[in-house]
Design a protein around this ligand. Structure first.
Ligand code: ATP
Length: 361
């Protein structure tokens, strides 16, 4: 039986420093929930509080309405998978996976049945008699996964489980984890600093910075509707341009002057000061012929990437931005030095508080 997890006003302090600074979030039964953020944002600390490896200084964590602050880690019914596999080197695959069941004093027939089931779930049944040293990194991580789920935990906690694998294997293992999580319908809390992995795997993502949640949403909302310039910059690629507010009208939105040159009317989702910043993804920009009232510039570098070309464009104001042009029929690779205008789709621009410097930090 999978738990739901409620985190209420949770704080973790190291001296005066708050590594986790008043986080509140409800994680639903069966959800794959990701804590995502840059190094040091507090995601591992929070995961370790849920696991019971770190004490909780303030606030409460509950599993299915039961406060677990004072319940020791080994009584929380949790499965864990770490970056470094943490499987026992002197035990076979079978013995590794059986370990938690033996500790729980299950009968040998039941143990054999559950271990085989778990090995099949992660597709390593054929390796049951091997030693860990005879397995690849990806196979070892499958053993760690099987060992975590074989005890039928109420929650699965994963801390950067794919970080030690090469790029191709990481992508394969994402779908192994996602399918396993779906088929067991197990509440899963996943920690990563890799934004692409978070987008690929999660039902919902909490983007963290400085011990706090900056945005809590589904992957698509996080990507398409970032709550602030930090999220826009951390998830995917964003160009930031200075925006001066010319007119603000709640019905029509805001008229802004972008990079001192281009006037646009944008939807205003949150109040901003006179000097603000816009963020726009490389794929939401288009290149055209230079024109008097456009943001003009020059191609610096063209990178052909199969189904699209990535351009670095130096705008006339000196700022460099990225534009992705996708193949329609045939794609002409523009030459470095070609003069272009950069055009926007207003619906895909976001207006935020702050400056370009702060947003790009
Ligand atoms: P990473 O991706 O690098 O693991 P993270 O987001 O998981 O980063 P945490 O490990 O949760 O970050 O650490 C959050 C902050 O708390 C960091 O600034 C870290 O230096 C600090 N911290 C963590 N553990 C301790 C500790 N035992 N004593 C003092 N400070 C700590």
């Amino acid at each position: 039986m999978s738990y739901d997890v409620n985190i209420a006003r949770v704080v973790k302090k190291y001296g005066q420093f708050k590594a986790v600074d008043g986080v509140s979030v409800g994680i639903k039964k069966g959800e794959l929930f990701t804590l995502l953020g840059p190094s040091g944002c507090g995601k591992t600390t929070l995961l370790r509080m849920i696991a019971g490896f770190n004490s909780i200084d303030e606030g409460e964590i509950s599993f299915d309405q039961t406060v677990i602050n004072d319940i020791p880690a080994h009584k929380r019914n949790i499965g864990m998978v770490f970056q470094n596999y943490a499987i026992f080197p002197h035990m076979s695959v079978f013995e590794n996976v059986a370990y938690g069941l033996k500790a729980r004093k299950l009968g040998s027939a039941e143990i054999a049945k559950r271990v085989e089931e778990a090995l099949d779930l992660v597709q390593i049944g054929n390796f049951r008699d091997r030693q860990p040293a005879q397995l690849s990194g990806g196979q070892q991580q499958r053993v760690a996964l099987a060992r975590a789920v074989v005890i039928h935990p109420g929650i699965l906690l994963m801390d950067e489980p794919l970080s030690n694998l090469d790029a191709k294997l990481r992508i394969q293992m994402r779908s192994v984890i996602k399918k396993l999580q779906r088929s067991l319908n197990i509440t899963t809390i996943y920690v990563t600093h890799d934004q692409e992995e978070a987008l690929a795997i999660s039902d919902r993502i909490a983007v963290m910075r400085n011990g706090r949640i900056e945005q809590l949403d589904g992957p698509q909302q996080i990507y398409e509707q970032p709550a602030n310039a930090f999220v826009a910059g951390f998830i995917g690629t964003s160009n930031f341009l200075a925006a001066t507010l010319l007119r603000q009208d709640s019905a029509q939105g805001a008229e802004v002057l972008i990079a001192g040159k281009k006037k646009l009317v944008l939807p205003l989702k949150r109040p901003v000061g006179k000097e603000a910043v816009v963020s726009v993804r490389p794929e939401a920009l288009e290149l055209g012929e230079p024109a008097a009232d456009e943001l003009n510039g020059e191609i610096i570098l063209a990178t052909f990437l199969g189904d699209y070309i990535n351009y670095e464009v130096a705008l006339d104001n000196g700022q460099s931005i990225e534009v992705n042009e996708f193949a329609k029929e045939t794609l002409r690779v523009r030459e470095a030095g070609e003069k272009v205008a950069v055009r926007f789709q207003p619906a895909k621009i976001h207006l935020f508080e702050g400056t370009v410097k702060e947003a790009s930090a």
